[in-house]
Design a protein around this ligand. Structure first.
Ligand SMILES: [Zn+2]
Length: 265
């Protein structure tokens, strides 16, 4: 297996993965989306709410705030032996304010300095003169398969690596393919008087160029066992952390199948 990272930021990564079966790439995608845990607010105790928002709507809004997650520091509530919540599986955040003002995600005060909202500027409640809000929220680890608020990824997708072949004997450089390509993958080479591929990885395999070529000079195909993988997170974890954890989970699953087969035979 070969991996080439095309670009990487704190919350986005695009890479090319080669020499693997589509089922492995898809398993990695699915596990990244719904089985890698992140922190999210799960329980809210509202002590005071004068604002013009129902308690339930406020609690739901709080649940959707992406929180910075340290997977080594906490354990999943189902793996904890406490009755309700304890410092091993939960972090408490307090929100308090009096109007006139708008409370933002940055106003949530966390008991753990390592756990805080990824962004401080998400508006939560608008308080009018004299209105007050006071609440305690409990954040816990969870998985996207239980609720979308625990999905670390906002984008997680792959596509087959495209392959574009231009038959120079048939091509009359009518430029129809260049004009029709919705992603500007092709260009006319003035010097060589031919069509050239300038942005292959941007090709979405729509085959518009192939269909519109009057001479059938161009063909679009996929490269076997080669994929372009793109992952973007909500900032709770970095793309590398998500993929590393997803690979670990996949490895454990594979071991279980091997053990089951060996045990059964
Ligand atoms: Zn606990």
């Amino acid at each position: 297996m070969e991996i080439e990272i095309k670009n990487r930021t704190d919350d986005q990564m695009t890479f090319i993965i080669e020499g693997v079966d589509v089922s492995l790439v898809n398993a990695l995608r699915r596990i990244s989306m719904v089985e890698v845990p992140t922190m999210a607010i799960e329980t809210v105790e509202i002590l005071k709410n004068d604002a013009r928002i129902f308690d339930e709507a406020l609690a739901h809004r709080l649940g959707l705030i992406p929180l910075s997650t340290d997977l080594e520091a906490l354990i999943l509530p189902e793996d904890c032996d406490c009755d309700n919540h304890c410092p091993r599986c939960s972090v408490s955040l307090v929100l308090k304010g009096k109007g006139p003002k708008t409370l933002y995600s940055g106003d949530l005060k966390s008991q753990d300095p390592n756990l805080k909202p990824v962004s401080d500027t998400i508006p939560l409640i608008k308080l009018k003169e004299g209105e007050e809000v006071e609440l305690e929220a409990i954040a816990q680890l969870g998985m996207g398969k239980d609720h979308a608020k625990w999905q670390p990824t906002t984008t997680c997708a792959y596509k087959y690596y495209p392959q574009i072949t231009i038959d120079s004997d048939k091509c009359e450089a009518c430029l129809k393919c260049v004009e029709e390509c919705p992603r500007s993958v092709l260009e006319y080479d003035e010097k060589k008087k031919t069509i050239k591929v300038v942005d292959l990885e941007n090709c979405s395999l729509c085959r518009t160029c192939q269909k519109d070529c009057p001479n059938e000079a161009i063909s679009v195909d996929v490269t076997g066992e080669k994929f372009i993988f793109r992952i973007e997170t909500d900032g709770s974890l970095s793309p590398t952390e998500v993929l590393q954890r997803a690979s670990d989970i996949l490895s454990v699953k594979a071991d279980k199948i091997i053990d089951f087969k060996e045990g059964g035979s």
